[in-house]
Design a protein around this ligand. Structure first.
Ligand SMILES: Cc1cc2nc3c(=O)[nH]c(=O)nc-3n(C[C@H](O)[C@H](O)[C@H](O)COP(=O)(O)O)c2cc1C
Length: 221
């Protein structure tokens, strides 16, 4: 598939048909995704292909608390899980939220579920001394994660970059035997989407690109 088409249509698929994803297809996806860049080319990624139905089922309760908090914070009008302007809600607000029935099950029982971890002992975290939340460490793993999703799109598949499992990282690490130095970066449910979206809602270039300064003239392309 043409690269720009793939970039413009790789949406977050959360509903999948029952069609399985073969090892051959997954092998191709990973074999192409591995060309992603990482700081110093350290390639600290690891992928766990979650096949065991019991382990799949165990993911649900780990995901639910973060999902509920996300929904409660959205309901309160906040940017969910934000550190700059934390949502002003309490546990009671979180408890009051119900995750739409089947939402989590569809993800953890997707035809394919991948967990992607990154070895923090090889990651260059250039922003580690700054007084803000870190972003640079993620840059050594999310290009790889996104390559997986782009490659899946190229294979006629879809998936979603999910992070809500990370809120319960300690429990997930115990469940899957993830080493101490590794951080959980994403859980990727992947399969054949029930519906292929082709029009993604994104801001136009003029809304985010400026010339010479952050508040400079909008870049016109
Ligand atoms: C860093 C990151 C974390 C995300 N975490 C989740 C998640 O935990 N659960 C989920 O359902 N979607 C998650 N998403 C998917 C976004 O919600 C999705 O990309 C966004 O709503 C745009 O939807 P679209 O890609 O279908 O246009 C995440 C996306 C990114 C980039």
């Amino acid at each position: 598939m043409e690269l720009y088409d793939a970039m413009r249509t790789t949406f977050s698929a959360r509903d999948f048909t029952a069609d399985p994803v073969s090892d051959e297809v997954l092998g191709r996806i990973l074999d192409n995704a591995r060309f992603a860049p990482s700081g110093g080319n350290r390639q600290g990624w690891h992928v766990i292909v979650v096949r065991d139905p019991a382990m799949r089922a165990a993911l649900g309760p780990l995901i639910e608390p973060a999902c509920k908090r996300y929904l409660a914070e959205v309901k309160a009008g906040a940017n969910p899980w934000n550190t700059v302007e934390p949502a002003d809600i309490g546990q009671a607000d979180v408890d009051a939220v119900t995750v739409p029935p089947g939402f989590i099950d569809r993800l953890v029982h997707a035809p394919l579920v991948l967990l992607v971890t990154v070895d923090l002992s090889v990651v260059a975290s250039m922003d580690q001394h700054l007084e803000r939340i870190g972003v640079i460490s993620g840059a050594s793993i999310y290009p790889f994660v996104w390559n997986i999703l782009l490659a899946a799109r190229n294979e006629g598949l879809g998936g979603t970059l999910t992070t809500f499992l990370v809120a319960e990282e300690a429990k997930a690490k115990t469940l899957f035997g993830i080493p101490q130095n590794h951080a959980l970066a994403a859980m990727l449910p992947i399969g054949k989407p029930v519906k292929q979206l082709t029009r993604l809602r994104r801001h136009p270039v003029s809304a985010f690109a400026t010339v010479d300064a952050f508040d400079g003239n909008a870049f016109g392309g």
